[in-house]
Design a binder for this molecule. Structure first.
Ligand code: ZN
Ligand code: ZN
Length: 349
């Protein structure tokens, strides 16, 4: 049975499963337009996910072939994965923010081993122990590519211009640039009265930027212009993210349609919760920096949803990146500094 919700006013969501992932599924949204339905995100590239998407479109009363366009909130594989297959079968144009398209282009153009090199280099600089690097080196040596993000993902052919209305017949859908989770993440604001009359300014397709019960991952950006993919120390993903949250609170949408979990109202309250969460994290982290710490050491000492010893390998990699984004924010705020040398160490100022 396809899992489809009719949100009213020519908007539906289709649950597209993400294999072996606690998130469960991506909510792919279908928006009816005067020239055919448009998808917002596509789901993970997997046969069962494809089947869920096509069954869902049938339940909505359409097919992949009838799709007029695809708008991608960000380049992650649970959003962009099926884009290539959708475009192949429909001829629909794919739109994405250029900052994320640059990452897709770089990933497509490079050998998988480069991705391992990028990750290993990043972890070495973050102070990861050899035991954490060994499985990555083994996967690189074995030429394994399974599960790597975005290899083979379709290159978008349309650019999403922040602040502009998308050229969709009969609909007012505006792109709101919300960097943080990725450098080119966009939310899409449907500037039409809520179909059930909820108070507020239309509806917001929020991707991974604003979710009702999950704080999205914020880590250092991959720099598509550098040879290794490592960033140059100038970016501030957490600062971008909190500024993007405030932008959404000012929009005050009547309802938020996120790409995971469920639709909700009260965007402003949820933004305040997330801002408070990151403030707490920053305060706690600053207290730890009375002694200089590498990002790895900081991650070991920060509070997570379980003890560090119980966090599996892949999640530790993500946690270290999350710690690093918070450390970078403290530097940008003038509260911490980077000490010279490798691995990178941070100390309170
Ligand atoms: Zn994501
Ligand atoms: Zn996602």
């Amino acid at each position: 049975m396809p899992q489809v919700i009719d949100h009213g006013g020519g908007v539906w969501s289709v649950q597209v499963p993400i294999p072996d992932n606690p998130l469960g599924h991506t909510l792919v949204h279908v928006l009816d337009t005067g020239r055919g339905p448009v998808l917002i995100d596509t789901g993970w590239d997997d046969p069962a996910s494809w089947e869920a998407l096509t069954d869902g479109l049938a339940a909505v009363g359409t097919t992949v072939r009838e799709l007029h366009g695809v708008v991608i909130t960000h380049h992650h594989p649970d959003h962009h994965g099926l884009s290539g297959r959708v475009r192949e079968e429909s001829g629909a144009r794919l739109a994405m923010h250029p900052a994320d398209t640059a990452i897709v282009r770089r990933t497509r153009g490079s050998h998988p081993s480069l991705w391992f090199d990028y990750l290993a280099d990043k972890l070495v600089r973050a102070g990861a122990p050899d035991a954490h690097l060994a499985p990555l080196q083994a996967a690189r040596a074995a030429g394994r590519t399974g599960g790597l993000p975005g290899l083979g993902a379709a290159l978008p052919d349309r650019e999403i211009v922040p602040g502009e209305l998308l050229p969709l017949a009969g609909r007012k859908l505006r792109a709101i640039w919300t960097p943080g989770h990725t450098p080119g993440h966009v939310c899409l604001h449907l500037e039409e009265a809520h179909p059930a009359g909820l108070p507020g300014a239309g509806r917001l397709f929020s991707g991974d930027h604003l979710l009702p019960g999950i704080s999205p991952h914020i880590g250092l950006y991959e720099d598509p212009d550098s040879a290794t993919g490592a960033d140059d120390g100038d970016t501030d993903p957490l600062g971008d993210y909190t500024a993007s949250l405030e932008r959404i609170a000012r929009l005050a949408p009547a309802e938020v349609l996120p790409a995971h979990q469920h639709a909700f109202s009260g965007a402003g309250a949820r933004v305040r919760e997330l801002l408070a969460h990151h403030e707490d994290r920053l305060r706690g982290l600053l207290a730890l920096l009375s002694v200089p710490l590498t990002p790895w050491q900081a991650a070991e000492r920060m509070a997570w949803n379980r003890p560090w010893s119980a966090i599996p390998h892949a999640s530790r990699t993500i946690a270290v990146s999350e710690a690093e984004a918070h450390l970078r924010r403290l530097v940008k705020l003038g509260r911490a500094e980077v000490l010279p040398g490798t691995p990178t160490r941070y100390a309170a100022v």
